[in-house]
Write a protein that binds this ligand. Structure first.
Ligand code: SER
Length: 875
């Protein structure tokens, strides 16, 4: 019997012998592909070759590719063959061989290498593909075993390469089928298992859905490793193969259950085993759990795993132990499971811990909501409630839906989307968005025709260039005059376009008769640089020669902050450890912001150490040099690269002595001394495992210390103290304030006691009941209540209504003692009293408090108490 590992190797070796290059699996994060969130098939990394956007470096390749698909998430565990994460074995031809080779090879592999019995095999083709039919027959498939299926057309997404396909099925026997009369190949049940899909990639589909033939005909095949393993190992489901069993057994062991004992726990075991594989591999490719895109997919799967484990009775963190099994079994084929172990474990544990904590609370809340709804005969949870669970307890809405479904209930998804959208808009408003380049089709067309704008800004900040394009409001112009906001394309530019966290240069474009101020510079997808500018004087003409000048003081200030960011990253790594990874940055002339991965707040000592290292590196005045090299060389030399970031073949590495080497396209100082003083302003958490540091450098650091200095001087003057003594003086003052507060408190208590005694002498009787109604002095509700308590203790039986003005509003307290005295209710009394001052409130029969708005009505309210009581007593 072949193991999963052997089956993977056999496949690759077979196709290697047929002239294919064996490539390692690409990342689960598709490279340069905004149309896909995750790698969903073996062909994804090869899209550029099929489309001939990139010339294929070899004509044939074969891979075992890591894939994640989530549309069928809910099916996982319920069927024999659905997964989120799986491995796809494939052979690919990039304009080289086509059907005539691909079909017989597949047949040979299945029947002669794997030796699957021919009588169990079926083949499907795209209905009009007579070509394929003929080739299958020639390869040895009987014609009655070849069936047409209109669904045999495959595409990786809504757009991109696609083509008709042909599939190989295994008949697992009548016993595995649904037994329905029409059960035949194509039936959804478990009897006929598709094991291999051969796609004849020959079209590209555009956004409008139009198919155009690809430059060449290609082959893309895909065979799910888990499926073929289930067939070859003769087991009932993919979960029973050696690719899953160790994980299932481990989890079952932790839960104290037995696999195949009970369908309910089996389902949970299958879900958990599938999900921990997905989570481990996604993390190993640098995906971080968060609330967006693939990070959200990861979070959702991870949380689902934790929840299903909980259903099994696993209450403690278990993901790390499950990961260890996966690492043990898969790291030889996927070394990233070892290489990125720290990253994986940090995120795995943190996310699990956080989710376990909130799961408990959220579940309780949801159960209460469910109870309430059931009582009202409702079966739909509002979108607002579902969004609250999502926002506050991190419940993916799909999880809420699933938990509700267990009780036959649903979520109002329309109002959920509305709540989410509202939240998104608010968040967007809050974050300062740079003004985007106003793209019009005309502008985009022009950019495309011009292509990449050469950047000469590393060497110079001013130059002579030429206007190649001039746009106002997205329309191409021959000229543009004073006051107009223009987008200018230049023949070449010294302006740095916003990128890699560094904001763009600003500056001027001039002719002898005209001047425009460049406000913002961006780079389009075509590499064309967009200069957004405002014409201040004169008229600019297309095609004319211009003098361009980058604002040097801004450029230098930005460079200081950018170079300081590199020193910061290095210093963080040496103080906190190599796990520190850049997770985002912003570099402006005013400050720098650096986000990084780390799992706990930094200590004041740690921050000092980092700041110290940076400033030492500044004082060493090390040369800053940029060199171009291949990505491989750069990595070998130990340069820091952004995790998950895409780089071209040649990269630019910025060295600062031996202190820092980073891949970077930004503009820098020429030696570290030019950075000047660097001061960290703040460090804080911005998400699970993510920290943010803000700092200033150079003149901005000077400005920071000047403003501190001004404040110290001001305070010293007020205190009539020496600047260096203000700390001591302030803490002395604080002690004094505390003492005074204590004294005031004591005096107030004394006053209250006196006031209470005075009040006791003013008891009056209403219908035989003792009543005290009075306006008193009490700074807040709490002291008012204490006062009422004191009086009640002395008076034993009766009604007390006290009112006091506090901060422009009115507070009331009412007591009735003993409880139920003559049927009186403190809550009802106070409601009427407070109403007179424009307020409201209520409470229990023996004690109630309320607020009012209008202090001028307080006297009247108190005076009306006896009458109100008479009214209540009559009822
Ligand atoms: N791309 C096809 C699939 O995923 C064949 O590899 O089925």
């Amino acid at each position: 019997m072949y193991s999963g590992n052997e089956l993977r190797d056999m496949f690759l070796k077979y196709f290697e012998a047929k002239g294919h290059k064996i490539l390692p699996s690409a990342s689960l994060i598709p490279k340069d592909d905004p149309t896909l969130l995750l790698t969903v098939a073996g062909m994804v990394p090869f899209k550029p070759y099929f489309q001939r956007r990139v010339e294929p470096p070899f004509p044939r390749a074969t891979t075992a590719q890591k894939c994640v698909r989530t549309p069928d998430l809910e099916e996982v565990g319920k069927t024999a063959r659905h997964h989120t994460y799986f491995e796809m074995l494939g052979n690919f031809s990039f304009g080289d061989y086509f059907k005539t080779e691909a079909i017989p090879w597949a047949w040979e592999y299945i029947t002669e290498v794997l030796k699957l019995p021919v009588e169990k095999l079926w083949v499907t083709i795209y209905p009009e593909d007579d070509d394929a039919k003929g080739i299958w027959e020639k390869a040895g498939v009987r014609s009655e075993r070849i069936v047409g299926d209109p669904e045999n057309f495959w595409a990786a997404g809504p757009t991109g390469p696609c083509g008709p396909c042909s599939e190989i099925y295994v008949d697992l026997g009548v016993a595995r089928g649904c037994g329905k009369p029409g059960c035949a190949i194509g039936c959804d049940c478990d009897r006929f298992l598709e094991i291999w899909n051969l796609v004849f990639m020959q079209y590209n589909r555009d956004e409008a859905g139009v198919l155009t033939p690809l430059p060449k005909q290609n082959i893309d095949t895909g065979m799910g490793l888990e499926r073929i393993a289930s067939v070859m190992q003769g087991v009932e489901t993919n979960f029973d193969t050696d690719l899953f069993r160790p994980i299932i057994d481990h989890v079952a062991n932790l839960a104290g259950v037995k696999y195949k004992d009970n369908p309910k726990s089996d389902l949970a075991l299958k879900v958990v085993s599938d999900h921990v594989r997905a989570v481990s591999f996604m993390l190993s490719d640098g995906i971080r759990p968060n609330n967006e895109g693939r990070g959200y997919v990861l979070r959702r799967i991870l949380r689902r795993a934790v929840r299903y484990a909980k259903l099994l009775g696993i209450d403690k963190p278990f993901l790390e132990s499950a990961f260890r099994i996966i690492q043990r079994d898969y790291a030889h084929a996927y070394p990233e499971l070892k290489e990125n172990e720290n990253f994986i474990l940090n995120h795995l544990n943190l996310e699990e811990k956080n989710f376990l904590a909130t799961l408990e609370q959220g579940t309780q809340l949801l159960q209460e909501k469910v109870k309430g709804l059931l009582k009202q005969g409702e079966t739909v949870l509002t979108g607002t409630d579902a969004f609250y669970l999502y926002e506050t307890y991190g419940f993916p809405v799909e999880l809420t839906e699933e938990m509700l479904a267990e009780q036959g209930m649903t979520v109002d998804m329309v109002s959920f989307q509305a709540a989410a959208e509202e939240h998104r808009l608010k968040a967007k408003e809050q974050s300062q968005q740079m003004r985007a380049v106003a793209e019009s089709p005309e502008l985009a067309e022009k950019a495309k025709s011009l292509g990449m704008t050469p950047f000469i800004g590393y060497e110079k900040v001013s130059a002579t260039s030429r206007i190649e394009g001039l746009f106002v409001d997205g329309k191409e112009m021959q000229d543009a005059g004073e006051g107009e906001e223009v987008t200018i394309f230049l023949a070449e530019t010294p302006f740095y376009a916003e990128s890699g966290g560094q904001v763009s240069d600003v500056g001027f474009i001039r002719t002898p008769r005209a001047e425009a101020r460049v406000l913002e510079v961006k780079k389009g997808v075509t590499g064309t640089v967009y200069h957004r500018a405002e014409v201040r004087t004169g008229v600019f003409h297309i095609g004319e020669s211009v003098e361009v000048e980058v604002g040097n003081s801004e450029r230098l200030a930005t460079a200081r902050h950018h170079s300081a960011t590199h020193l910061l990253q290095s210093a963080l790594r040496s103080v906190l450890g190599e796990h520190v990874q850049q997770a985002g940055s912003l570099v402006t002339p005013e400050r720098l912001r650096f986000d990084f991965t780390h799992f706990s707040p930094m200590t004041p000592d740690g921050l000092r150490a980092v700041e110290g290292l940076i400033n030492e590196a500044v004082l060493k005045n090390m040369p800053v040099q940029a060199t171009e090299m291949s990505l491989k060389e750069a990595k070998k030399s130990g340069a820091t690269a952004l995790f998950g970031e895409k780089y071209g073949e040649t990269v630019r590495v910025v060295h600062m002595g031996t202190f820092s080497q980073e891949l970077c396209g930004g503009t820098h100082v020429s030696s570290t001394g030019e950075i000047g003083l660097v001061k960290i302003l703040s460090e804080g958490g911005i998400g699970a495992g993510l920290r943010r540091i803000e700092a200033v450098a150079g003149l901005e650091a000077l400005a920071y210390f000047r403003s501190l200095d001004d404040q110290v001087m001001d305070v010293a003057q007020t205190l009539k103290a020496q600047p260096l003594e203000i700390g001591k003086r302030v803490s002395g003052l604080m002690t004094q304030v505390k003492d005074l507060e204590r004294e005031i408190g004591q005096l107030q208590a004394k006053l209250a006691k006196n006031e209470v005694e005075g009040l006791l002498s003013r008891v009056r009787e209403v219908e035989g009941i003792q009543v005290i109604a009075a306006q008193v002095h009490a700074s807040d509700m709490e002291s008012l209540r204490q006062m009422a308590d004191l009086i009640r203790d002395k008076m034993k039986s009766g009604v007390i209504v006290l009112g006091a003005v506090s901060e422009g509003k009115v507070n009331f307290v009412t007591t009735v003692s003993p409880k139920g005295l003559s049927g009186l209710h403190a809550g009802q009394i106070i409601k009427e009293v407070a109403k007179i001052t424009g307020g409201g409130g209520g409470g229990k029969p023996d004690m109630a408090q309320a607020g009012g708005k209008d202090p001028s009505k307080l006297g009247e309210a108190i005076d009306r108490v006896p009458n109100l009581l008479r009214g209540f007593l009559k009822k």
